[in-house]
Design a protein around this ligand. Structure first.
Ligand code: CA
Length: 224
């Protein structure tokens, strides 16, 4: 994990760097906004700690330019003033969080960890239930080592099931999330599709993942 610290107060910058290195992060420092922006454009950081009051280019402008270039690196703003305006314009400008100076190191580390966790979560696009996995980016579905081919509707239905494991999904819920508004609720289309899906993902496997909840709907469950 590599972090960029953009902070002109040398003492504060080196205090942050030393502390983060003790937490095993790799840390680069920039002492003004231009240098910070340049480093952010050259390197792929996992997180940027960005002071607002900076020489040459202020933090808000650095933030704007980073976002304008399409980067979604997590950015934690450091603000000396407990100014609501700064915080609001920072968040509006695309920062992910802020910290008001002076802050304790423990608080800084907690925020850093939470932003990095959030980023890690967004990165993984694989949904899993038991030994079934689905990639939301490639749309590949596998049960164990077996690749499963699905039609677009079956895929949409499965993705909905996998995003809501261990939850009773009524036919109404399924209709609302997977079918469009032209759907005729009088038909048994949902049951038909659930059966198609079962044939593809459960047939031949001892452990069934799609369960009928009598009188209610269906539930996807990976654990017994
Ligand atoms: Ca400053």
């Amino acid at each position: 994990m590599r972090i960029l610290v953009v902070e002109d107060e040398k003492k504060v910058a080196s205090f942050i760097k030393k502390g983060l290195e003790e937490e095993h992060y790799a840390v680069d420092i920039a002492y003004d906004g231009e240098e910070g922006l340049a480093l952010a454009q050259i390197n792929e950081y996992d997180l940027i700690l960005l002071d607002i009051m900076l020489p040459r280019l202020d933090g808000m402008e650095v933030l704007r330019q980073i976002r304008r270039n399409g980067s979604n690196m997590p950015i934690l703003m450091l603000t000396a003033k407990d100014s609501v305006e700064d915080i609001v314009s920072g968040l509006d400008g695309g920062s992910d969080d802020y910290l008001t100076k002076p802050f304790s190191f423990a608080e800084l580390v907690a925020r850093v960890r939470s932003l990095l966790r959030r980023k890690a979560r967004e990165k993984t696009d694989i949904l899993t239930v038991g030994d079934l996995s689905l990639s939301t980016s490639t749309h590949r579905v596998k049960r164990g080592e077996r690749e499963i081919e699905l039609t677009p509707k079956e895929y949409a239905l499965l993705e909905y099931f996998m995003r809501n494991p261990n939850r009773i999904l009524t036919r109404t819920l399924i209709t609302e999330h997977v079918w469009d508004y032209h759907f005729d609720p009088e038909t048994n289309v949902i049951d038909v599709y659930v059966n198609y899906l079962r044939k593809k993902i459960d047939q031949g496997f001892e452990k069934k993942l799609i369960h009928t909840i009598r009188g209610s709907g269906y539930m996807m469950r990976g654990e017994p």
